[in-house]
Design a protein around this ligand. Structure first.
Ligand code: G1P
Length: 297
């Protein structure tokens, strides 16, 4: 029997050095896309997919993240007093039921696989999701929901997948497809950040995973891999070696790499344009800017 996926791990221990100096005092995951921190997008996606328990793997300096998901009695009382019910409603999405959210520390930056392993005692013996908040995915049905649906038929491990330009493969985990069934791809190998000329395909892993507890057992034993880090990709690839199923799902939606400044800026524009209250003004502004750029060239 396949178990339901009700727990998700959010590895957020990274120092966010690409966004210095901002990340000197603000965790990257709290940086805002329009008016919501990055991490809120991942939480909303997880909730839509039926996740009930949220496990954050954090590090020193991530206190703002814990405060963000806490109730804020003074702020809430003040909003209630002034009748700002719409804002109170907005705050609701940030509140977590006591016991639904947990934080574990990753004491040393030893890679994504190690970060996930740090959550092992909170996961126990059941399949779980891993979500990297840097990857923000705009979709009609959330990416994780699409994966949970597909997983109900496949079981095993599943990763979100997307074709990337050949010269970008060395930034990703890359799949070696066995059978391509359209949106679903069965996988016969997986390699972390291969050089472009050694990559088995240009089908890249995007930061959403459903993994079995077997992967945690593998992580118990795994040595450092690419870049001297313990790789989640290697632990999932081991499932294939052991004869268990791994699938990639080409999800429907647009992915933004908010781990890079250019991706963050693109996401800001795109999420701004998606909002009724900004669309007209922003479109007009962008049209003007583009026209002025053309004249200047
Ligand atoms: C991580 C994973 C990689 C995956 C990528 C997706 O890499 O290790 O397999 O393709 O996320 O964003 P990172 O970008 O954290 O270096």
């Amino acid at each position: 029997m396949k178990r339901k996926v009700t727990k998700a791990v959010f590895p957020v221990a990274g120092m966010g050095t690409r966004f210095l100096p901002a990340t000197k005092s603000v965790p990257k995951e709290i940086m805002t896309l329009v008016d919501r921190p990055l991490v809120q997008y991942a939480i909303d996606e997880a909730r839509e997919a039926g996740i009930k328990e949220f496990i954050f793997v954090t590090s020193r300096g991530k206190g703002a993240l814990e405060d963000y998901f806490d109730h804020s009695p003074t702020l809430e009382a003040s909003l209630r007093k002034s009748g700002k019910t719409d804002l109170l409603e907005t705050l609701k999405a940030t509140n977590m039921e006591s016991g639904a959210i947990a934080y574990v520390r990753q004491h040393r930056a030893m890679g994504l696989g190690h970060a996930v392993w740090c959550a092992r005692r909170l996961i126990g013996n059941e399949p779980f999701a891993v979500m990297l908040p840097d990857d923000v995915i705009a979709a009609e049905k959330s990416c994780l929901s699409q994966m949970v649906e597909a997983y109900e038929n496949t079981g095993g491990c599943m990763v979100a997948a997307m074709e990337v330009p050949k010269d970008r493969v060395s930034s990703y985990g890359v799949l070696d497809p066995k059978e391509d069934m359209g949106s679903l791809v069965s996988v016969k190998g997986m390699v972390e950040k291969p050089p472009a000329d050694e990559a088995p395909s240009n089908l890249a892993v995007i930061g959403r995973y459903i993994v079995t507890p077997d992967v945690l057992r593998t992580l118990n034993k795994l040595k450092q891999g690419a870049g001297g880090e313990v790789q989640l990709t290697d632990a999932i690839a081991n499932e294939i070696t052991e004869g268990r199923d791994v699938h990639g799902l080409r999800f429907k939606g647009q992915r933004f790499d908010c781990g890079t400044k250019a991706g963050f800026l693109q996401a800001t524009v795109s999420f701004g344009l998606a909002r009724d209250e900004f669309r007209d003004e922003l479109t007009e502004y962008l049209t003007e800017v583009v026209a002025a750029q053309k004249v200047a060239q």
